[in-house]
Design a protein around this ligand. Sequence first.
Ligand SMILES: C[S@@+](CC[C@H](N)C(=O)[O-])C[C@H]1O[C@@H](n2cnc3c(N)ncnc32)[C@H](O)[C@@H]1O
Length: 370
Amino acid sequence: MKTLADVFRETLKEKGISSFGVLSKRFRGSKNPLQEVALEIINGKGAIFRLPEKTAHAWDLKGNRVGGSCYAYAPMCMGEKFEMVLSPEELRSKLPEWPFFIIDLSLWDRHTSREKGKLCLQIIQSYGLLKDHFTGRELTVAPAGEEFRRMFRGPLDRITTYEGPVAGFLKEKGIGEVVLLDPWADEVLTGEDFEVGAFVVGGIVDTSGKKRGTTPEIGRELEGAGIKVRRRKIVLKGDVIGVPDRINRIIGILLGMMVDGMSMDEAVYEFQEPRHARWRLRKELPKRAIRYRINGKTYRVVEKELFESYSNWLKIRWEDFVKVLRELDLIALERKRIHRLNRISVPRVIKGKLHRVILLKKAAMLCYNC
Ligand SMILES: C[S@@+](CC[C@H](N)C(=O)[O-])C[C@H]1O[C@@H](n2cnc3c(N)ncnc32)[C@H](O)[C@@H]1O
């Protein structure tokens, strides 16, 4: 999917412009000058002008620094001095129809005021992600009540807000089908779902109360209002555990897949924090444990080398691995030591579970050898 920077690049190319600068220091340290300058133009703050002399700094259309350019971004007031070659209206007319990313706030009143604050923060962070790819106005909040508007510290005039329910907004926009991001869905999100006109994310923060299982309520509400809903989950290697559940991270994962071409596992990894990775590790490690029975006591042992293999898809540090081992009362041993334990033990089923029993004499030998 094209980004705003792509549209800007194509438009400049069509006009035969191969580089552009700026008339202020503002964007000098920018990591994505095409996107940032295009956003200012879209927001009506400035335009691209032809200059009589080259600017001191400029970028080519790949965003690399070049010596200087006779074309520059400048505020609209420069229109009297220089010839405008790309106006906000012209750039806006080139924009494709990007989907809406709707945050459904129908459960706003079920949140404490602290949670409402967190919701507002996650919405601001979602705006940040969308403006890095599109214009930011794709971010839609509905129903955006009076309390939300009061509490929201972000740029209300640069996102889309709708006072009524999400279904009302969709009908006004002529959108009959949406993807609802829902961790309880049966189906996993795929590239085929990217064709819809809107993605709906539950405006839900889960730090208190009974909000478990509330996302499907949003789906039922939409369906009741005549909207077709594709409920889709995001998974990491087939399981929702380990997928970050903050609204902005869910939107980040979506953008990672849609725009940056990442696989679902790569996008989840990108937006994962060690705490989410530990959730998953708690589920994975017990599956790999071997039970050893020594002198009537059971020890659950995993290979130390598992740390490396889990680090490939879980954002864990060594301290996260150790933390989870402690919580689960597991012992990590090097693979070669596990092989030695296996050689001196015999398999036995005890209380329905497979154990490897090490005879006392052999255990003593093992300790001696250690
Ligand atoms: C903090 S979660 C709330 C989950 C809610 N307590 C529940 O049990 O349904 C906020 C929103 O993020 C989205 N979300 C979180 N995890 C997801 C996943 N694994 N797949 C798809 N969407 C997810 C959903 O839209 C959800 O409503």
